[in-house]
Design a protein around this ligand. Structure first.
Ligand code: GRF
Length: 215
């Protein structure tokens, strides 16, 4: 990435968009050497679209098609086309509630990341904070990982731990995890933008200087 050419991040989400805000704030503060080029959502009234527009970031709803948990072929092609036109270098999933399949993954091979609200491989899937609370773990956290065809199963890039406290409700634990996400995701996107992350199979090696992405 040259000085004039900014690293371009496309963010996909179906929900509130608090992680989008954290990434956009990281860009605005110069902590991420890049910009959020585009936000896409499969939910027409998702908060993430509104939050993007408030920040002057191009934001667009794309209908997901007939399936509940994945994009249909036409929708997938539209997502890929729009992201290519926006010349994104990285796709950051932030609460995007659909599994991505072959053509999408091949189009952006090794350039799609996700944040998940648990210490993977524990508690993949929905409401991971509630799964952790129900299981009785004393420590949970969040994970940024590369996206593959599975559910929350790709190579792990970075993790941050969060304690489970006596008396936690699902809401209080989720809020504590989200606060950790808002630090970890921008830090990880910054490391990716700087070319400080290398992948060999499942092993993700950080060339992180002083800032560790774990802890
Ligand atoms: C985050 O908690 C993330 O871990 C999960 O979806 C949530 C998205 O939240 N994958 P937001 O839309 O960024 O507020």
């Amino acid at each position: 990435m040259t000085g004039e050419q900014k690293f371009r991040v496309g963010v996909l989400g179906s929900g509130k968009g608090t992680n989008l805000c954290a990434i956009a704030a990281g860009c605005a503060a110069g902590k991420i050497p890049g910009e959020v080029a585009l936000v896409l959502s499969d939910v027409p009234d998702a908060g993430i679209l509104e939050r993007a527009r408030q920040r002057g970031i191009p934001a667009r709803f794309i209908g997901p098609g007939k399936f509940r948990t994945k994009l249909d072929d036409e929708a997938e092609q539209t997502f890929v086309q729009v992201l290519r036109q926006a010349r994104v270098d990285l796709i950051a999933l932030a609460g995007f509630m659909r599994v991505l399949k072959g053509d999408f993954l091949r189009a952006f091979d090794g350039r799609i990341v996700n944040i998940h609200p648990s210490l993977l491989p524990s508690f993949p899937g929905l409401e991971a904070w509630k799964q952790a609370l129900d299981y009785g773990v004393k420590m949970t956290g969040c994970t940024v990982h590369f996206v593959d065809a599975g559910v929350d199963s790709g190579p792990i890039i970075a993790q941050r731990t969060v304690p489970v406290l006596d008396g936690d409700s699902p809401e209080s634990l989720h809020a504590r995890i989200q606060a950790a996400e808002h630090e970890l995701y921008p830090e990880t996107v910054a490391a990716l933008a700087r070319g400080q992350i290398a992948v060999r199979g499942r092993q993700v090696v950080g060339v992180m200087g002083e800032n560790s992405l774990c802890g």
